[in-house]
Write a protein that binds this ligand. Structure first.
Ligand code: FAD
Length: 461
């Protein structure tokens, strides 16, 4: 049964952070990348200070193995840190960029890890004048920590293969996620061999303390933000489903109520990961953006059916308990630099833009929304978008139909320039299916919009 909310959502135009509230901390890409670079340099310095002469082939191979091993050990913990859901990083860098960094760094780290295992074994074999296979066997037989590390490395490689785009598309998100959680086990298995057999750590107490502190801090961040925070939010805010409203043939809005919601500091454009505590879906936590600003003790998401979880939302009953983690994402007014703003949304990608349309500061004429859909029925939240646009003096352009019906790509550079005079002086917020947003980013670049002023939220991980 679908519980239906009959009242229309009442837009709260110009909603801002409550006066006097401290701005939320944001850490942008530059300091984070610089910090990662400095850490990598410190890791190389550790190797340098522990190395005397390198003369034979065995030395060269073993030292290449040590360097790749140190960088792989550093890489895995940085990769976990990026995914710890630290609010300052989420706000300053954004989830989708952090995820891209994680995926790219993961490929390098798995490569380095494999190189480490091969080079160290090969180097020892050359020095001891034995075969590589014989040397490998004697290492795993003679040193239990190396055996555990080898199992960890195999796990890493399996996770790396499973995470490759082509393999990922063949399995459900939940199965992929479960396998990915094996990373924690792999890191635990590999940790000890670094201290017991790693030439840079064995007997080097300061290095061991620094390395353990790095691993300890990241573990604490993960536990705090991925486990404790959602439980704390559940206890403090007592989120419940208030009702569900059908917005279109396969789109619903879910209204949620709770206590002290302004403490969440959710900014328009951000999203939460939602866990609805029903017998069928309590185990799944899916990301959905807020489709209205937080207001009057209420949150709202608007969801299009894509699979099991999104489809099940239409059946939610009022009173269902909800756990939410967030808010996440940098797709907010915080990244805006120009007075003029263009919002481009496609399909259900309109949800965060609908919230930004209402709340981004601006005078009449400053904000333009382009809403792309294949069919009229795909235009969701249309009535309230028009009401907000009317009140704020914002322009709205609907681009509805297939490319054939519209005589080409309606989001091509010249079309955009025609619809939005002075396009290159706008900040652009873009949200929709990956293929469309990639093509539209190219169009915007062609029209002269600087890369740093194209803000993009992807609904795909
Ligand atoms: C930042 C962000 C904001 C989003 N906001 C909205 C929104 O406002 N409205 C809306 O309709 N959709 C939104 N989505 C998309 C929505 O999360 C997926 O459509 C939904 O999770 C699909 O789950 P499913 O079980 O229904 O379908 P499935 O068939 O299980 O999944 C379809 C696809 O969704 C992705 N997906 C599934 N589960 C997850 C998960 N737990 N975490 C991340 N990705 C997952 C996978 O890439 C998968 O291929 C958002 C996605 C992201 C990443």
């Amino acid at each position: 049964m679908t519980a239906t909310l009959n009242q229309q959502y009442v837009p709260a135009h110009g909603v801002r952070a409550p006066a006097g509230r401290a701005p939320s901390l944001r850490i942008g890409p530059t300091p984070v990348l610089a910090g990662i670079g400095v850490g990598a340099a410190a890791v190389l310095a550790l190797w340098w200070t522990n190395t005397t002469t390198i003369s034979t082939l065995g030395d060269y191979l073993t030292n290449a193995g040590r360097i790749t091993g140190l960088l792989a050990g550093y890489g895995v913990i940085i990769l976990l840190g990026l995914m710890a859901r630290v609010p300052a990083l989420e706000r300053g860098i954004g989830t989708d960029r952090l995820t891209r960094w994680h995926a790219m760094g993961g490929r390098y780290t798995v490569t380095m890890l494999t190189a480490h295992a091969l080079l160290i074994t090969w180097g020892y074999a050359v020095t001891a004048r034995t075969s590589v296979v014989g040397q490998g066997l004697s290492l795993v037989r003679g040193y239990p920590d190396v055996l555990y590390a080898t199992i960890g490395a195999v796990l890493f490689v399996i996770i790396g293969i499973v995470s490759a785009r082509a393999a990922r598309k063949r399995m459900s998100y939940e199965v992929w996620h479960l396998i990915h959680l094996g990373t924690y086990l792999a890191i635990a298995l590999a940790f000890l061999h670094q201290f017991s057999t790693g030439a840079d750590f064995a007997g080097n107490k300061p290095a061991q303390i620094a390395w353990s502190t790095l691993y300890g801090v990241v573990t604490l961040l993960l536990v705090w933000y991925r486990v404790v925070t959602p439980l704390r939010v559940a206890a403090r805010h007592r989120l419940r489903v208030e009702g569900v409203r059908q917005e279109g043939p396969d789109v619903v809005s879910v209204y949620l109520s709770g206590r002290y919601l302004d403490e969440l500091k959710a900014e328009p454009g951000q999203f939460f990961r939602w866990r609805f505590l029903t017998p069928d879906s309590w185990w799944a936590s899916n990301p959905y953006s807020l489709s209205a600003p937080v207001s009057g003790g209420r949150l709202r998401i608007t969801v299009k059916e894509a699979g099991g979880h999104s489809a099940s939302l239409a059946q939610l009953r009022p009173g269902t308990k909800v756990m939410a983690s967030g808010p996440y994402g940098a797709f907010t007014g915080g990244v805006r630099r120009r007075r003029k703003v263009l919002l481009i949304g496609a399909g259900v990608g309109i949800t965060p833009l609908r919230t930004l349309l209402e709340t981004l500061p601006g005078r009449p004429g400053d904000i333009t929304l382009i809403y792309r859909a294949r069919h009229m029925s795909d235009l969701v939240l249309r009535a309230e978008i028009e009401e907000i646009a009317f009140d704020r003096g914002a322009r709205v352009h609907y681009l509805v139909g297939t490319r054939e019906q519209l005589g080409g790509d309606p989001l091509a550079a010249e079309q955009l320039e025609y619809l939005v005079p002075n396009l290159k002086h706008h900040d652009v917020y873009l949200c929709g299916p990956e293929s469309l947003t990639a093509a539209t980013r190219d169009s915007l670049r062609e029209a002269g919009v600087a890369r740093r002023r194209i803000h993009h939220e992807s609904f795909e991980f």
